[in-house]
Design a protein around this ligand. Structure first.
Ligand code: DGL
Length: 262
């Protein structure tokens, strides 16, 4: 049976995961759901996030996907069990995969408020690397700004400096981008951080983990990606989503509007 991946996120963030997956497995068939009607997830309560996870995974399953990729840390932190219960197929998440990429003894994590409150990253990194100092920083303003297409404004820069300050004061050696929207801010982070601080994108570990499902990688990272086998869907504003996705995907995608509550 041909594998079909189902990826989901609240908006454009999960495209950072989709791109990493397509760079490594260019021919894979994918369905992507951006739940743009309900973005941001990370400022919501755990109960709301669990209801949302159940609905988006049920919809992905209805399209026939054979593996679900939680391209959203917030649902991964708070509703992985819900996703597994609904999926009935293997579920791959970011947080456990990310811990395997950490190699330093002082680590920062930038994530949504809900993910930070869950402590999922700290628990996962400490379990794999006992003794690691993990400092988590909630970044409530990032996703709403990124979803308006703002990746480099002065306001965003001021906010980013405020969020990075506690991590720099703690002399972290690496920072995990613990929300899939944040790799879109990598150019800004690189301007604000010393060159010695390594940025860790958990999506790289997810793409590697998918080798077990999709076989060995068939292209090198950094190449352009093809969306020929991808169906991109959102729950609101397909035109705006296509525009915001364009710089990251290197092409303007076709985007379909779907309804989770018919
Ligand atoms: N990109 C998602 C994450 O990784 C959700 C962000 C949000 O909607 O707040 O957490």
């Amino acid at each position: 049976m041909t594998a079909v991946l189902g990826l989901f996120d609240s908006g454009v963030g999960g495209l950072t995961v989709l791109r990493r997956v397509l760079e490594r497995h260019p021919d894979v068939t994918c369905v992507y759901l951006g739940d743009t009607a309900r973005v941001p997830y990370g400022n919501r309560t755990p109960d709301e996030i669990r209801v949302i996870a159940a609905e988006v995974v049920a919809w992905l399953r209805s399209t026939g996907v054979t593996t679900v990729v939680m391209a959203c840390n917030t649902t991964n932190a708070l509703a992985r069990d819900v996703a597994e219960g609904r999926a009935g197929v293997p579920v791959i998440g970011l947080i456990g995969a990310a811990a395997s990429l950490v190699d330093e003894s002082r680590v920062g994590v930038l994530a949504t408020p809900a993910t930070v409150q869950s402590s999922a990253y700290r628990v996962s990194i400490e379990a794999l690397r006992p003794g690691t100092l993990v400092i988590e920083q909630a970044c409530p303003a990032f996703v709403p700004l990124i979803e308006t297409g703002d990746l480099l404004s002065d306001d965003l820069r001021q906010i980013a400096m405020r969020y990075l300050e506690p991590l720099l004061e703690a002399s972290v050696e690496s920072i995990v981008l613990g929300c899939t929207h944040y790799p879109l801010l990598e150019p800004l982070f690189r301007q604000l951080l010393p060159a010695s601080v390594r940025l860790i994108d958990p999506a790289l570990a997810v793409a590697r983990q998918l080798d077990a499902v999709l076989g060995p990688p068939s292209s090198l990272p950094g190449q352009g990606v093809s969306l020929d086998h991808c169906r991109l869907c959102v729950t609101a504003d397909p035109t705006g989503f296509a525009a915001r996705a364009t710089p990251w995907l290197g092409q303007r995608p076709e985007v379909e509007l779907i309804h989770l509550h018919p």
